[in-house]
Design a protein around this ligand. Structure first.
Ligand code: CA
Length: 519
């Protein structure tokens, strides 16, 4: 059956479906939602019950709780054949669009225009969001989770060590080099041993942030090793001339003991180990969680002051922070072609963009988890004071889950450490953040071409990157053959494909979105 026919039949279903008005019995819709590898939609969530009370719709979970991963659960659902009414979860954007193009999910554009006033208004006010979720055929197949708050990670340094050594916060890459050497040589932790680890990171991808100090990049988006945009042209960080210079210098810093010797293997607990044992001097990581270690280790490391610092100026004098929160996540939900209540479903999706629905998705149930104070939701004191983090508490009641809704940063601001907030404010004042690569939605042929070449290219890039930094290989010896190897593996073709998709998605006039854009 052609997609056009499926769309027509789906539309026919919409037209004959009775409209719901205050039915006594809720309308049951099935949902497949498997997320963060182990969670499923739960009908007994307080938020799910409140949703039914407010909208008259009850979502029945059909996701297997036995699946080993969310991706496996999604694939099992597909092969089982009978699609549920709604499919939701994290990291599904490419699947929503791929299977939407094949007819499994219905295009939402007309439904939104006719039945979803809040969504329509949101997308009209945020054309970049609409472009980011638009498929290569010009249609929207899913409603995304939209993170709020701009800042993600920043630079943190031991201000107590700087004070002890009589040093100022480094403002340039050269000053940073001197500070890291002082951390290495001048015993700031005062134990008489040269055991300090000047720079550490819990993810080796954060080591790459140092590349920006030589005007190179480590990623163009929230995703690791992503493409980046320069004046509308898609590039890859690890194929650029400045990357060679950055690698040369980071390898030098590594060989001089300024970077954790176990940077590639230290792992998720690097901050606990490096800060709790009073060893680590500097990192690049999330503002909120990193600032929190000052309180965690206040007794164990007296005077610990691990605070944000502005990005040091690069060799050319640029101060940038390349890491920001994605404006649109690959999470969200879509309507299956078998759904006979598409209008009710798009109204449900629309509810989450209304003030009431947005509060439910962000803060939980009014009177239970939050109260309205001066027109704004405020978490109850017992939620803010609980031992469990507020975000964990929210996941457990069915709020802040990866369905299509606009997040509200006020939810997070209420429990963000003041030191983290002042770091974020510092980055906002300095306007260090640069634009990110919003990602592209490939058509089937483009997807096949990129999938065939890209995994091997990025594997080679990372293999060389690690060997160069650890000193097993030399970037200046390897560069020409490395660069030729990337070309041989098809990097130019991948870049051209990404460029074509980017131009189609973001540069074409909106009313020409279904046509090929001019080159
Ligand atoms: Ca020491």
């Amino acid at each position: 059956m052609t997609r056009a026919l499926i769309s027509f039949l789906a539309l026919l279903c919409l037209l004959v479906a009775p409209s719901r008005t205050q039915a006594a019995e809720p309308l049951d819709l099935t949902i497949h939602m498997h997320f963060r590898e182990k969670y499923t939609w739960r009908e007994d969530w307080p938020v799910a019950k409140e949703l039914t009370r407010l909208t008259g719709i009850r979502l029945r979970s059909v996701a297997s709780t036995a699946a080993a991963s969310s991706r496996e659960a999604f694939n099992l659902m597909l092969v089982a054949g009978a699609l549920p009414d709604i499919v939701a979860g994290d990291g599904l954007k490419a699947q929503f669009i791929r299977y939407g193009l094949e007819g499994a999910f219905i295009p939402l554009d007309t439904l939104i225009d006719e039945h979803a006033p809040h969504l329509r208004a949101y997308l009209a006010a945020n054309p970049d969001v609409r472009r980011a979720i638009t498929g290569p055929d010009g249609h929207v197949y899913f409603i995304p989770y939209l993170p709020d708050g701009t800042f993600a990670r920043g630079w943190f340094i031991r201000h107590d060590w700087l004070e002890k050594l009589g040093l100022a916060v480094p403002t340039t890459v050269d000053e940073l080099y001197e500070v890291l050497k002082a951390f290495r040589d001048r015993d700031p932790n005062g134990n008489g041993r040269r055991d300090e680890v000047p720079f550490f990171a819990r993810e080796s991808s954060e080591l790459g942030r140092l590349f920006t100090l030589w005007d190179a990049r480590s990623s163009g988006s929230e995703a690791n090793h992503d493409f980046f945009l320069d004046a509308g042209i898609v590039h890859h960080p690890y194929a650029e001339p400045n990357y060679r210079i950055a690698i040369r210098n980071v390898a030098k810093w590594y060989s001089e003991g300024l970077i954790d010797r176990e940077i590639f293997t230290r792992g998720a607990r690097a901050r606990e180990v490096m800060l709790g044992n009073n060893l680590g001097g500097m990192t690049h990581d999330w503002f909120a969680s990193t600032a929190g270690y000052n309180a965690v280790f206040a007794d164990r490391v007296p005077g610990l002051k691990f605070l944000a610092m502005p990005p040091p100026a690069s060799v050319s004098g640029r101060r940038i922070e390349e890491n920001r929160r994605a404006r649109v996540r690959a999470d969200g939900w879509a309507i299956s072609h078998t759904n006979t209540h598409a209008i009710e479903t798009i109204k449900l999706f629309d509810f989450y963009f209304s003030p009431e629905g947005r509060r439910l998705a962000n803060f939980g149930v009014e009177g239970v988890h939050y109260t309205m104070i001066g027109g704004a939701p405020r978490f109850k004191p017992e939620i803010l004071a609980a031992k469990k983090a507020v975000n964990t508490q929210m996941w457990e009641i069915g709020a802040q889950i990866p369905i299509g809704f606009p997040q509200d940063y006020a939810y997070e601001a209420q429990w963000t450490d003041p030191a983290a907030q002042s770091g974020i404010d510092m980055y906002a004042r300095g306007a260090y953040l640069i634009d990110d690569f919003p990602g592209v939605n490939l058509d089937a042929a483009e997807r096949r071409r990129v999938d065939r070449k890209w995994p091997q290219i990025v594997a080679v890039m990372l293999e060389y990157q690690q060997a160069w930094i650890l000193g097993a290989r030399n970037v200046d010896v390897d560069w020409d053959s490395y660069r030729a190897g990337l070309t041989r593996l098809g990097l130019d073709d991948v870049l051209a494909t990404m460029q074509k998709a980017y131009t189609r998605q973001y540069k074409a006039a909106p009313d020409a979105a279904t046509k090929d854009a001019p080159p």
